[in-house]
Design a binder for this molecule. Structure first.
Ligand code: UD1
Length: 421
């Protein structure tokens, strides 16, 4: 694909109806999980995003038959033709969630060789808790030239994670569903996509209880069958659209959401003076007066999600007064605020805290995305700013949002792609 940038003429209030796509983080867990099944699986409501295409390519490299219909948002995966348990480094490096092939291939074949995962540069992202879990299930681990080799048929175990981690909770759950005996995961993460991944596996015959709480109990089963599963709507895309509506002083109805997944963000927007109401699967966001400043701390679910910290802190640069944002999950997740200084944002960053002094106006400027959610934050900054903002490296955004610029322009934003020579 040609290199492009996003060009935004700001200060247009968003208005009207939009819809949310299928969950990125759920899809990234459910697609690798399909190799645990003995029969074809159909996964519906998948977002058409670059990370899903990377997983598609990895599955095909493993030998699975895969048909991804991007119009119908449906992928059919037949894992019966898988002929290798190796995910080469160059594939694994393209994204974070390639690590789920470790748990899925180990759980299905008792062997996996997977390159170290890539993903957004938002601080150090070790995988020691994944390895601890695989070892407890009986796997031997061998690290060699950028690869992690895992071998051994998993058996049940009791595993207490040293910290709350989404990735390790899902990965170890994948390795345990076909293990001999029972597994208990304590201090497990509780994110909606963990519940969705467990629901997918249970619908294929797994016996998982407690997903969504901090203790997950898994009774190992001999095999998983195939079937059809629909992934949940994207919590972070929903939140990004809510913040974009608030940032432009818009009036937007977002359809196809699960409002209970949005409670932490909703509470913070209400505190800022934004009106947020919901009925069934529709969330309405509107604002009449200026935004009030707030204090914000990211936490594991059901706390405020780190993935929404970046869009939200972009919004806070325009709130009337002093805001404080504490990033408790990752250690380098404020790069978008550095870029926004060029747009007139007043920010002091000290370690994991950003002190933001709201300004009455941001000015359009060229800015560069360095990660997925930071890229979305810069788009929100551009929507608020006067004049023209150019967001470079929007490929980061396309990794996790399905044509964000199209959804925003359908709501009245002036945003388009332009080729960069
Ligand atoms: C997942 C999400 C990402 C989200 C993050 C936190 C996917 C594909 N990505 O990322 O969008 O921002 O959850 O909600 O679902 N940690 C360790 N050792 C480990 C694992 C994690 O120290 O073995 C640390 C991490 O460095 C981080 C914290 O634990 O500080 C949380 O990480 P984790 O929840 O695992 O995030 P990811 O799975 O990478």
């Amino acid at each position: 694909m040609d290199k492009y940038k996003l060009v935004i003429r700001g200060e247009k209030p968003l208005a009207g109806d939009t819809y949310v796509s299928g969950g990125k983080n759920t899809s990234l867990a459910v697609i690798p999980a399909a190799v645990l099944c003995e029969e074809p699986c159909t996964i519906e409501n998948l977002p058409d995003i670059e990370d899903v295409h990377v997983l598609h390519r990895i599955l095909r490299a493993l030998g699975a038959k895969v048909d991804f219909d991007t119009k119908l948002k449906r992928m059919v995966i037949d894992p019966r033709t898988v002929h290798t348990t190796t995910v080469p480094f160059h594939f694994a490096q393209q994204m974070r969630a390639s690590y789920y092939f470790m748990g899925a291939l180990l759980g299905r074949y008792g062997k996996a060789d997977v390159g170290y995962p890539g993903g957004c540069d938002i601080g150090s992202r070790p995988i020691d808790q994944h390895i601890k879990g695989f070892e407890a299930l009986g796997a031997s681990i061998n690290e060699y030239s950028g690869m992690l080799g895992l071998e051994g048929s998993p058996h049940g175990a009791i595993i207490n994670f040293d910290m709350v981690t989404v990735g390790a909770t899902i990965n170890v759950m994948l390795a345990a569903v076909r293990a001999k005996g029972n597994t208990v995961l304590t201090n497990a993460a509780r994110e909606p996509h963990i519940v969705d991944a467990a629901n997918f596996l249970n619908s294929m015959g797994a016996k998982i209880k407690g997903a969504g709480t901090d203790t997950i109990r898994i009774r190992g089963v001999d095999k998983l069958h195939g079937g059809t599963y629909t992934v949940i709507p994207d919590q972070i895309e929903t939140g990004t659209l809510m913040i974009a509506a608030a940032a432009t002083r818009g009036d937007v109805a977002i359809h196809g959401t699960i409002p209970t997944h949005m409670e932490a963000l909703t509470a913070k927007l209400l505190e800022m003076g934004v009106s947020v109401t919901s009925q069934d699967d529709v969330i309405n966001v509107r604002i009449k007066r200026g935004h009030r400043p707030i204090r914000l701390s990211t936490q594991e679910y059901p706390g405020f999600p780190t993935d929404l910290q970046q869009p939200m802190s972009a919004l806070l640069t325009r709130a009337g007064g002093h805001s404080e944002v504490n990033e408790n999950i990752f250690d380098n997740r404020f790069k978008h605020l550095d870029e926004m200084r060029r747009m007139g944002a007043k920010v002091i960053i000290s370690g994991r805290t950003a002190y933001i002094e709201g300004v009455p106006q941001l000015r359009g400027a060229p800015v560069t995305a360095t990660d997925l959610r930071g890229g979305a934050a810069l788009v929100i900054a551009g929507l608020m700013a006067s004049g023209v903002t150019e967001v470079y490296n929007p490929e980061f955004i396309a990794r996790g949002y399905e044509r964000l610029e199209d959804k925003l322009s359908a709501l009245g934003a002036d945003i388009h792609r332009e080729r960069v020579d």
